[in-house]
Design a protein around this ligand. Structure first.
Ligand code: NAD
Length: 182
């Protein structure tokens, strides 16, 4: 049996890793779809698809699981929810079962006749991309929420500096420069 889990992984965190470990007990092969693959360098989606794929692969390697997740596939968004599942099918090997906690993804796969399982949540308030990105911007401890491999990769690509840069407002920089003209 081949399963699919799809997420944005901005960034890949310990909650994602735990959920993948649980799913691997139920399926023979797992496809990890990296959603919103075309988006990067924004506050909600700071990391590129390539960076996210590396984070996932290296985290799985750290756990000795890299051979069990057979595919990590980037999946760009499309502007048509009713066609999205067809789009995912076109980009991935055949799968029988979908794992997602995202209500929209769940609904779309169910409407196309897929069995959808909701994976258990691991401390969702703490292990969430939103919380991690917030801590990165505020200079708080984000490292404890992600696998070691992800800490290493984010440091290598200067990911925190990128996020802080894109979180700056033009307006504030401009006013701070002392120029008050519009
Ligand atoms: P996400 O990274 O927030 O979550 C990925 C998965 O991990 C989800 O199933 C989530 O429930 C689970 N998860 C997150 N934190 C967890 C924790 N602490 N413990 C256990 N599990 C946890 O990503 P997402 O928002 O689910 O990603 C859905 C993707 O599908 C997005 O990229 C979205 O754009 C895409 N999508 C696109 C379309 C379209 O293009 N029309 C339509 C629907 C969905």
């Amino acid at each position: 049996m081949r399963g699919l889990i799809i997420g944005r992984y901005q960034p890949f965190h310990k909650g994602h890793l735990e959920v993948i470990k649980c799913i691997l007990k139920e399926v023979d092969e797992l496809i990890i779809g990296v959603g919103s693959a075309q988006i990067s360098h924004t506050l909600e989606n700071p990391f590129t698809a390539g960076e996210r794929i590396t984070m996932i692969f290296e985290s799985l390697k750290e756990e000795g699981l890299e051979n069990k997740c057979h595919y990590i596939i980037p999946i760009p968004d499309i502007w048509n929810n009713s066609l999205w599942v067809r789009h995912v099918i076109a980009l991935t090997p055949k799968f029988n079962i979908v794992y997602t906690g995202n209500p929209l993804s769940r609904r779309l796969f169910m409407e196309e006749g897929f069995e959808v399982r909701i994976p258990p949540l691991f401390d969702r308030l703490k292990y969430s991309g939103t919380e991690i990105r917030k801590r990165m911007i505020k200079g708080e401890n984000w490292e404890e929420l992600v696998p070691f491999a992800v800490v290493r990769i984010i440091k290598e690509i200067k990911g925190v500096e990128r996020l802080r840069d894109i979180s700056k407002s033009d307006k504030i920089t401009y006013l701070k420069s002392g120029d008050t003209s519009p």
